[in-house]
Design a protein around this ligand. Structure first.
Ligand SMILES: [Zn+2]
Ligand SMILES: [Zn+2]
Length: 119
């Protein structure tokens, strides 16, 4: 029983590791249909809590999950909900913020706008 749970967990993690996009729980479930949706949700929360994956609350849509091979930020199109992943000079941004008496551990930028989806 325990072994099977671990296998399910690994299958979920593998899907996220191999995906170039952030996925919703339903999308993860579609890729590992042998794992029921409730188990997918539970494991995604588990991985998020242990910081193996990131839970993205990007606003217009349901939460998405991703395995970040490199830390990065997101730009979301408010029309087609496309998500772009980009890196930024984090150290410079931290300086620009000028947060005195505050040590920044994590910097997450979410940019909203309109992509070139109509072209
Ligand atoms: Zn768009
Ligand atoms: Zn991303």
């Amino acid at each position: 029983m325990k072994t099977r749970l671990t296998k399910k967990r690994q299958a979920i993690l593998r899907v996220l590791e191999e995906s170039s996009e952030a996925l919703s729980a339903a999308e993860v479930h579609a890729l590992v249909p042998e794992v029921d949706l409730a188990t997918v949700y539970r494991n995604l929360e588990h991985f998020t809590n242990e910081k193996t994956i990131k839970k993205l609350q990007l606003g217009t849509q349901e939460a998405r999950f991703e395995f970040q091979h490199e830390p990065h930020h997101h730009a979301v199109c408010t029309e087609c909900e496309r998500v772009l992943h980009f890196t930024a000079p984090d150290e410079k941004i931290k300086k620009l913020l000028r947060l005195e008496d505050f040590k920044v551990d994590e910097l997450e930028v979410t940019v909203r706008g309109i992509c070139n989806h109509q072209k």
